[in-house]
Ligand binder design. Structure first.
Ligand SMILES: Nc1nc2c(ncn2[C@@H]2O[C@H](COP(=O)(O)OP(=O)(O)O)[C@@H](O)[C@H]2O)c(=O)[nH]1
Ligand SMILES: [Mg+2]
Length: 382
């Protein structure tokens, strides 16, 4: 579990009133219920929900209420949803693997070749696929792998280990006191703003106060998009309009967050021109300016990657990491891609933990990334 959305205890820095806190579960539920009520009051949830993209249209109020506590591995319905959302990846990878194995009694060279091709198709990457098949070949030689089912288990375990090796507790990046500053970066269209909306919602559901900073000032539309997400969760958005200096927007947001004891600030940034140095220079400047206002901030630099872009995602990760030092990843659009192998491959190449996966456009279509849950959902039998 990610650990960012634990119920905030009243430390005097947050805005949660101590009197309202009874037990952790109660407050999480109460906060969520209150939030739902507020949103229903503004008509954001309720009868208009089917007109607004990104707003959940299937959640009953009860489900809304249960959301913060239920976003864990052990909830069967959430697991099923993840599994449903990953069905394209599963169909094109795991199920094709099963078809490949169908009727095969032993592992032969042809099977291994076909499997390698399949792994590459699933975006596990040429080098990682070759490495996996090499391991498998050696194991077959040593007679440690004999039947196709044990080969499937081996692949599953190996993919899992690639991911687990980069996993680190997300709480470690959170500050002991003062606002938690998250700067979100990534190329255009990967889902930064959407992911920010979803993360902010999770923080709100856990009773934390959130300020969003609209530091993507290139287009007025970018600012209004963030504002729409802010409205959905009743969150304030600090903006200075189109063309404003992104660093000063970030600076002002941190200043306000410190003065008004906000728990979390999430800074949206522009994503154009990732191959040109001026975007990277601008991001470096935003980071620097945030650090000037608040020591050690930003605490998290979250890179958003569109999983459907495959191997290109890895070169994006390298570029952004070199420029600003990425501390966490969010992989979006895993619902729409047949190439879920990027999850394992990016872990293999970048020593950066995956924090979230995006599995749809709705507000609750973001999951805290859990390697075991992900692998289990991917490898689930038909
Ligand atoms: N299917 C799907 N679409 C997503 C996901 N995340 C974002 N999107 C869509 O991707 C598009 C670009 O998102 P946006 O947040 O504007 O990207 P930005 O330019 O990086 O801020 C929008 O149409 C989003 O609805 C996801 O997890 N799944
Ligand atoms: Mg955006």
């Amino acid at each position: 579990m990610l650990g960012w959305f634990k119920k905030k205890k009243d430390t005097g820095t947050g805005q949660i009133k101590a009197g309202a806190v009874t037990t952790e579960t109660n407050t999480a539920e109460e906060a969520a219920a209150e939030e739902t009520e507020q949103l229903q009051g503004t008509g954001i949830f309720g009868d208009r929900s089917d007109e607004i993209p990104g707003v959940t249209d299937h959640a009953e109020p009860d489900e809304q209420k249960a959301q913060p506590a239920a976003d864990t591995v052990d909830s069967p319905s959430l697991f099923k949803r993840l599994s449903d959302k990953l069905s394209r990846t599963r169909d094109t990878f795991v199920h094709q693997m099963d078809s490949l194995f169908l009727g095969k009694k032993e592992i032969d060279a042809e099977l291994l070749d076909d499997l390698e091709e399949l792994l590459i198709t699933a975006d596990i990457g040429v080098a990682t696929s070759a490495e996996l098949i090499d391991y498998a070949r050696k194991k077959v030689k040593r007679q440690e792998l004999s039947d196709p089912q044990s080969l499937k288990r081996f692949i599953k375990e190996k993919l899992r280990s690639y991911i687990v090796d980069t996993t680190r507790p997300a709480e470690l990046v959170m500050p002991a006191s003062g606002p938690f500053i998250i700067m979100v970066v990534g190329v255009n269209g990967v889902g930064k703003t959407t992911t920010i909306g979803k993360i902010a919602h999770k923080f709100v559901n856990s009773g934390q106060t959130v300020l969003l900073a609209a530091a993507d000032t290139f287009r007025a539309a970018a600012v209004s998009q963030l504002k729409i997400w802010g409205e959905r969760s009743g969150i304030e958005v600090l903006s200075r309009g189109e063309g404003a200096d992104p660093s000063s927007v970030a600076f002002d947001a941190i200043t306000q967050a410190v003065a008004e004891n906000y728990d979390v600030v999430i800074v949206d940034t522009a994503g154009r021109l990732h191959t040109q140095s001026n975007l990277m220079e601008e991001l470096k400047k935003i980071k620097r300016v945030i650090g000037k206002k608040l020591e050690d901030a930003p605490h998290e630099i979250l890179l958003v990657i569109d999983a459907t872009t495959g191997q290109n995602g890895i070169s994006q990760a390298k570029l952004f990491d070199e420029a600003v030092g990425v501390t966490g990843l969010a992989l979006t659009k895993l619902d729409g891609t047949a190439k879920g192998g990027i999850v394992a491959n990016i872990s293999r190449y970048m020593n950066i933990p995956i924090r979230f996966i995006g599995i749809g456009e709705k507000i609750d279509d973001l999951r805290d990334f859990d390697p075991d849950e992900f692998i289990e959902a991917l490898f689930q039998n038909r």
